[in-house]
Design a protein around this ligand. Structure first.
Ligand SMILES: NC(=O)c1ccc[n+]([C@@H]2O[C@H](COP(=O)([O-])OP(=O)(O)OC[C@H]3O[C@@H](n4cnc5c(N)ncnc54)[C@H](OP(=O)(O)O)[C@@H]3O)[C@@H](O)[C@H]2O)c1
Length: 354
């Protein structure tokens, strides 16, 4: 991890964190300090509900207004798609570069969708807004990139096992409340964040179904964002996204069909050398990635690397990462560091049209 001279100093950037009271925003505040990002000032923003609250180390939350957003170099957004739609272009108009965690800008042609280990060169083309991918896509492409470079990915068949923190803080509360009630043999309150009980359950319904759609938006994100980040629209992707009662850490079973032959041993070797990846693959010793072990860590963990007996050019992988860290906050910080190192913080043209 690059270390800068000081966490907050007079030479650094003025940084806004929008959504600073949320799970991802809280972690972004922590990482700005921990990774010593060169910031002269860090200003937290959230909804009107939170104005005046203290977050981080004595920072006071502000509300978004045309006056309060002036004078920033960088804005890190994690406040949902509608807040990003409204406020990201305004920050850009006011001179900031925006790194956005929401789905709002990801698929727009003139907005780079960037994973630091996979396609950092895409940052060069930014016009003010840079999109951070969806958490399940993010961790998967970090592991797929070296395989794609070596053998070309033809097709992916993905099943996800996604943690409730991916939905937001209220979903974590709901899982814990329901689990507590059921363990004490009490009736649970009706579901709020999900359509069914999440405790002791598995729901093939991560994200939401648009009218007439037989895939959830989460499944569509995996399909579309993977092709955009890997720069290969020909990759065929099939995805089933499942919400499971895990607090933090998304897991994914991924069947990877390649254009060229690739053995499990070759894949293991490529992955063990890949940046941001840790291979844990010793099934005899019951060693493979687990979400409880990945939580709190920045790497993407890969195991169960094996030949798909049904296809001579396909492998099966098990990929796990902390959805709040590499899936969101860590990548956002890595992108901010890359913008700084490559002198791209202020190198942008006109804001993107909505
Ligand atoms: N959780 C993940 O694994 C993950 C991964 C990748 C991307 N993301 C994306 O990151 C974003 C936040 O996720 P999260 O899990 O951190 O959610 P969260 O814990 O529910 O936090 C949401 C944040 O947004 C703020 N907010 C809501 N409405 C707002 C408004 N109108 N104006 C300003 N701020 C507003 C909230 O402020 P208040 O506290 O004042 O309500 C809070 O700070 C979402 O876009 C999500 O899709 C999340």
């Amino acid at each position: 991890m690059p270390r800068y001279a000081d966490g907050v100093n007079s030479q650094g950037y003025r940084v806004a964190v929008v959504g600073a009271t949320g799970q991802v925003g809280t972690l972004m505040l922590e990482l700005l300090r921990a990774r010593r990002f060169p910031a002269s000032e860090i200003v937290p923003f959230a909804s009107e509900r939170s104005v005046g609250r203290q977050v981080g180390e004595g920072l006071v939350v502000r509300g978004l207004s045309d006056e309060s957003i002036q004078g920033f170099d960088l804005a890190l957004f994690s406040a949902g798609a509608s807040t990003s739609a409204e406020w990201a272009p305004r920050f850009v108009d006011a001179g900031a570069s925006v790194i956005d965690n929401s789905s709002r800008w990801r698929m727009q042609d003139d907005v780079p969708l960037v994973v630091s280990e996979v396609n950092p060169e895409a940052l060069r083309s930014h016009h003010g807004i840079i999109a951070n991918p969806n958490c399940s896509t993010m961790q998967m492409v970090v592991a797929l990139k070296p395989l794609h470079d070596a053998a070309g990915i033809e097709r992916l068949v993905i099943s996800t096992y996604q943690a409730v923190s991916g939905t937001g803080r209220r979903a974590v509360d709901e899982l814990l409340e329901q689990s507590h009630a059921l363990l004490h043999e009490r009736e649970i309150d009706g579901p709020r964040e999900y359509v069914h009980q999440i405790a002791f359950n598995a729901m093939p319904h991560a994200g939401s179904f648009a009218a007439g759609e037989d895939h959830t938006d989460e499944e569509r994100k995996l399909m579309n964002e993977t092709r955009k980040i890997l720069g290969d629209p020909a990759i065929r992707v099939s995805a089933t996204c499942v919400r499971v009662p895990v607090v933090t850490g998304h897991s994914e079973a991924v069947n990877v069909q390649t254009r060229e032959a690739l053995s499990p041993a070759e894949a293991r070797e490529l992955l063990s050398r890949a940046p941001g990846v840790t291979v844990i693959d010793d099934p005899d010793a019951a060693l493979y990635p687990l979400p409880i072990d990945a939580a709190g860590k920045d790497d993407v963990f890969v195991g169960r690397i094996r030949r798909d007996p049904g296809h001579e050019h396909a492998l099966d992988l098990w990929i796990v990462a902390d959805n709040l860290r590499k899936g969101a906050a860590t990548n956002a910080l890595q992108l901010a560091e890359l913008l700084h190192e490559r002198n791209l913080v202020h190198a942008h043209g006109a804001p993107s049209a909505a």
